[in-house]
Design a binder for this molecule. Structure first.
Ligand code: SAM
Length: 219
């Protein structure tokens, strides 16, 4: 069942603020952040190892920059909270004829999908852009079937004390841009049924990690 997202909100972000931040720079996204981190998205989709006929969920799809990387004999559902970002996704769908993709405005912390609806779930640069990562992860695990795959692409705080204090310092400032920099992978995965099967850096300076997980929950 969908869970209440308010309990573990960070003081840095709230959904309205995040939605406003991304709506504001949706038109610039593809030529800035979008362009910069496109190769990791391609690798992330490859790692998802999508099989013919599978049901895929992409959380926080943004401008849909990753959508053309998927094979077209699967079914993709892509959600985001920003209508402006989703308008760009819609253009991607049209431009590339992606008839297997459906998009919806939906809060990842309160998804309107039944349990076990998807074989695989992708979250690219999203988990540090949500106010309540714990609830979002719970939701991703809930809608992913037992044994399904979940892939994250993200910057995660690496535990180094010096870098960690800098990340903590800049994180409150980054909230105006709609993300935080001080979240560690362990904090994301603690208490979940996710097992990491592979983790590697996919951008210089450890700015982007690709984390492949398997959902060990039982039905
Ligand atoms: C940094 S962008 C990443 C977009 C895209 N995944 C990419 O690879 O470029 C983060 C996205 O997450 C969306 N987002 C933030 N909070 C969300 C939430 N609670 N539910 C769904 N989407 C959310 C934002 O609107 C934004 O489009």
């Amino acid at each position: 069942m969908a869970t209440n997202s308010s309990k573990t909100s960070t003081p840095y972000l709230n959904t309205a603020q995040v939605e406003r931040a991304y709506s504001r720079y949706a038109h610039l996204y593809d030529v800035t952040f979008g362009k910069l981190f496109n190769e990791p998205r391609r690798i992330g989709v490859e790692c998802l190892d999508v099989q013919s006929g599978e049901r895929i969920l992409e959380v926080g799809v943004g401008t849909g920059i990753s959508l053309s990387h998927y094979r077209n004999d699967c079914s993709i559902t892509a959600i985001d909270v920003s209508d402006e970002m989703l308008e760009h996704s819609q253009l991607q769908i049209k431009r590339h004829g992606l008839n297997h993709v459906t998009i919806a405005n939906m809060d990842a912390a309160n998804m309107q999908f039944s349990d076990n609806s998807f074989d695989a779930v992708m979250a690219a640069y999203v988990i540090t852009a949500v106010p309540d990562h714990k609830t979002v992860i719970q939701e991703m695990v809930r809608v992913c079937r037992p044994g399904g795959r979940i892939v994250f692409i993200n910057h995660f705080s690496n535990g180094n004390q010096l870098i960690g204090s800098m990340e903590k310092l800049v994180s409150p400032l980054c909230r105006h841009l709609g993300f935080r920099t001080d979240l560690g992978l362990q904090a994301v995965l603690d208490g979940t049924t996710l097992q990491v099967i592979r983790k590697r850096s996919v951008t210089p300076l450890g700015l982007g990690n690709l984390v492949e997980c398997i959902n060990l929950k039982t039905a």
